[in-house]
Design a protein around this ligand. Structure first.
Ligand SMILES: C[S@@+](CC[C@H](N)C(=O)[O-])C[C@H]1O[C@@H](n2cnc3c(N)ncnc32)[C@H](O)[C@@H]1O
Length: 381
């Protein structure tokens, strides 16, 4: 039996009124129902007091390496005045703060005329962001996701996101002997259940066709139509510059392998993973892995070029984590603290199931000729 949360009653009566809903609509309510969704209700979500860690919460060096790459992007564009940074899914502003601190300290010319635009689904986070970014407040402005996607916002610079796309509501499908079906959510006497039915939109089949994926009989998978939709808004807004996306995910070939029979949907609650999305509605996070092939291939149709794609550890190692470690060695913190920090930074780069290769980084460019990025350097060279 699903325990009662305020959201539980709302979703149950929605289903009673309108009939079964797509999993994407269910996930949208669980994460973003105003005031009650996981991301739209009060409380810490990320970090030790929350439900999961992201790379940002590990150490400021993560943001500082991203900042090194962003400064390199700026140089690739001819060091223009008025470079705009846009962060989508900015959370409490921690990553933006680490990036801005680095740029203020090491790239004063760039920082002088830099604009930072934060886009966040949950408007109440603006006060946390204001506080976190107090010293950079003059550079700061905000946009709602609707304003961002409206077509009236345009900029040149870099749009970056960390763990945004895995938090976008996704459809789920299953291959049956009768063809591709969609997973719907039903609720009878307070019990949530799933049933397969005809796809709510032909876009689901078209999505899989685009990445040449044919699911095996019985195989379930997520089809995140919101990911290409978001990318289309991003590509439209970007006049010139880069889109840097960090998230956990795979190429379509890896993501939709028949070995992953149940897809990648996963929930997080107090640092425990949970496979059942029908528990603690609105209190646990629900995520799915990102299909980077779609971002890359659809991005090309949208006029973006794929500048770099790879594991987080490769990105960090070549874009500046080594320099961060060298800075640490030169600093006057105690040997004990240096050791502690070295071990902390290791978490970001350790491959084989650690953050280092679970996370992937994609850099796309627009109207920048042959960009030369730090992450393209040979590791260690
Ligand atoms: C998994 S959290 C990541 C937060 C932060 N980037 C980090 O790494 O700690 C995803 C964030 O994206 C926000 N979000 C979801 N959809 C969004 C959208 N369309 N535009 C902007 N933010 C969005 C959520 O409210 C949430 O704060």
């Amino acid at each position: 039996m699903t325990e009662t949360t305020p959201l539980n009653d709302i979703i149950a009566s929605r289903i009673a009124r309108q009939g079964r809903i797509t999993f994407a609509d269910f996930m949208a309510a669980c994460l973003y129902e105003p005031g009650l969704g996981y991301y739209t209700s009060p409380g810490r979500k990320v970090g030790a007091e929350g439900d999961f860690y992201t790379s940002i919460t590990v150490h400021a060096s993560y943001g500082r390496v991203v900042a090194r790459e962003i400064a390199q992007m700026w140089r690739n564009m001819g060091s223009p005045a008025g470079f705009t940074l846009v962060e989508c899914g900015a959370g409490n502003g921690r990553l933006a703060c680490d990036i801005m601190d680095f740029l203020a300290e090491r790239e004063p010319v760039m920082h002088q005329s830099l604009r930072l635009v934060l886009v966040e689904q949950e408007p109440s986070l603006e006060s946390a962001q204001r506080e976190m970014l107090a010293v950079h407040i003059d550079s700061l402005s905000w946009l709602s996701p609707d304003e961002f996607a409206s077509g009236s916002f345009t900029f040149s610079g870099c749009l970056y996101s960390n763990e945004l796309i895995d938090a976008l509501p996704t459809h789920r499908v299953v291959m049956t002997s009768d063809g591709l079906k969609e997973v719907y959510v039903t609720c009878t006497n307070g019990e949530y259940a799933e049933e397969a039915g005809e796809p709510s939109t032909p876009e689901l089949e078209a999505y899989l066709k685009r990445v040449a994926v044919e699911l095996h009989p019985g195989q379930q998978a997520e089809v995140n139509l919101n990911a290409p939709k978001w990318l289309a808004s991003a590509a439209r807004a970007l006049q010139r510059g880069f889109i840097l996306t960090i998230d956990y995910g795979y190429t379509a070939h890896e993501l939709y392998t028949p070995l992953r029979k149940l897809g990648t949907l996963l929930c997080y609650y107090r640092h425990q993973t949970e496979e059942n999305p029908y528990l603690r509605l609105g209190l646990q996070d629900i995520t799915s892995h990102v299909d980077f092939t779609t971002l890359m291939e659809y991005g090309e149709e949208l006029g973006l070029q794929n500048a770099w794609f790879g594991e987080q550890y490769r990105f960090l190692m070549s874009a500046g984590i080594i320099e961060e470690l060298e800075d640490l060695e030169r600093s006057d913190v105690s040997d004990e603290e240096k050791l502690r920090l070295r071990l902390t930074l290791k978490k970001l780069i350790v491959p084989q199931g650690g953050m280092g290769d679970t996370f992937r980084v994609l850099i796309q460019s627009k109207r920048v000729t042959a960009p030369r990025l730090l992450c393209q350097r040979r590791i260690g060279g």
